[in-house]
Write a protein that binds this ligand. Structure first.
Ligand SMILES: Cc1ncc(COP(=O)(O)O)c(C=O)c1O
Length: 434
């Protein structure tokens, strides 16, 4: 099919609310490593990795081989029958996750992973209420949308009661209008305030992302999670850490984002990059907490932990242990960050650069003093970068954040290529004064 045929059929046979990037949507055809090609043969350096999902690059030979071998062996059996890949991956997850996290429940997406975490927290604690963060994103199910802290992602209304949202640690736009250098993470105290004023006083859980992904890579100060987790435990709750975007090395130097804050989650969820693009979610917890589900009723995920996705995930981890290690991600991420900060010095439209490792956000503003968001500039940067062969992502409560998150195999040369294209794009867009 040519480009126009694909776009026509997209319009005719897919719901009109499908979100598509770019003024003229971009039908992709194939990928290899850091690059993808559209159906007309144009090549793009991929710095969004299918929403932080193609962890070790497109068609990584080890992942492809593992999937091909498994596809010829057993595609599906359901979790009613134990399977080697399933248990092997669970063992591996116990090894790479921090603290006492030990026992996994595999599903098919981040939404399901978060749903499973909340279900477990309620069963274990016997409490019902959940605290989430403003600007957070937790998925597209009724519970996922209710946990989400952005009205635009809550289609059809707020569905589930008993969820309250605390202030998020958005230092660039501090909700308390304090100075991030001296505030001592005062926003963390809001979690206690919300529990005391808006719940029954006992909560099942506090759910948060180490770095808010859809929220525009909002990165909490270093004291934040220690303060919050202590509060949450004092009120009977568990800390559910949503690593759907930050998981598997993305933040550099560590396997999981939360490790940078030196706290141990009670439950951790992950999805996106853990199987390099095959559908998979995981909810991992301690042996003691997992006992909370026993005797409470039945639950099953037909496709969860299926032999194909688990094969892909095992191969992805193998590549990350050798090629795209957390250390490599830390080093290349450091180069990316330094380059983006240089662009910030050069272009007034860059208000803030934040994030960790290969998860860097660039917030665009009309004016550095007023910090008025510049979503139109993001749209213009998108068109400019596409024209020069670079794919990036966007996000943020005000649609004004560029999300830069390449596959984790990115090298110094890839980063230089991307920075060069961004430099040209910013130069053009700065001129437009959007
Ligand atoms: C932090 C976070 N949690 C949960 C989800 C939901 O994941 P999925 O789209 O796989 O259901 C997302 C998706 O973007 C996410 O970023």
């Amino acid at each position: 099919m040519n480009k126009q045929e694909i776009l026509d059929k997209q319009k005719k046979y897919l719901w009109p609310n499908h979100l598509l990037y770019y003024t003229e949507p971009l039908p992709l055809d194939h990928g290899d490593g850091m690059y993808v090609w559209d159906v007309e043969g144009h090549k793009y350096l991929d710095f969004f990795a299918g929403i932080l999902t193609t962890s070790v690059g497109h068609n990584h030979p080890k992942v492809t081989q593992a999937v091909q071998e498994q596809a010829g062996k057993l595609l599906h059996s359901s979790t009613l029958y134990p399977n080697e890949n399933h248990v092997k991956l669970a063992e591996k997850m116990a090894q790479i996750t921090p603290g006492k996290l030990q026992t996994s429940y595999f599903t098919n997406s981040g939404t399901e992973a978060d749903e499973t975490a909340v279900m477990l927290a309620k069963c274990y604690t016997g409490y019902q209420e959940i605290i989430a963060l403003r600007h957070g994103y937790s998925g597209r199910s009724p519970l996922g949308m209710s946990l989400t802290g952005q009205a635009s992602w809550r289609i059809g209304g707020t569905h589930i009661l008993g969820i309250k949202h605390a202030m998020n640690p958005y230092c660039y736009r501090c909700p308390l209008k304090m100075n991030p250098e001296t505030c001592g993470a005062a926003c963390a105290e809001d979690v206690e305030e919300v529990i005391k004023t808006s719940t029954s006083g006992r909560i099942a859980a506090f759910l948060a992302e180490p770095i808010q992904g859809v929220g525009g890579f909002v990165t909490p100060p270093k004291e934040y999670f220690k303060i919050v987790v202590e509060i949450v435990h004092n009120y009977g709750g568990l800390f559910i850490c949503d690593e759907v975007q930050t998981g598997f090395g993305r933040t550099g130097d560590k396997w999981f984002g939360i490790e940078h804050w030196q706290v141990e989650p009670d439950i951790m969820t992950m999805a996106k990059g853990i199987a390099n693009g095959l559908p998979m979610g995981n909810t991992i917890t301690t042996e003691a907490i997992a006992q909370g589900m026993v005797g409470q009723g039945l639950t099953i995920s037909t496709f969860g932990g299926n032999p194909l996705s688990t094969a892909a995930s095992l191969a992805t981890i193998e590549v990350m242990e050798t090629e795209a290690t957390p250390q490599h991600i830390g080093e290349v991420g450091g180069l990316l960050r330094a380059g983006l900060e240089k662009l910030q010095e050069k272009y007034p439209l860059v208000g803030d650069v934040r994030g960790m490792g290969l998860m860097q956000g660039v917030e665009l503003v009309k004016d550095r003093q007023t910090k008025e968001p510049a979503p139109e500039a993001v749209v213009a940067v998108f068109e400019q970068t596409r024209a020069r062969g670079l794919l990036i992502g966007k996000g943020g409560m005000y649609n004004n954040v560029l999300r830069i998150a390449p596959p984790l195999i990115a090298t110094k040369e890839h980063v230089e290529e991307a920075l060069n294209i961004l430099d040209h794009a910013f130069a053009q867009v700065q001129e437009l004064n959007l």
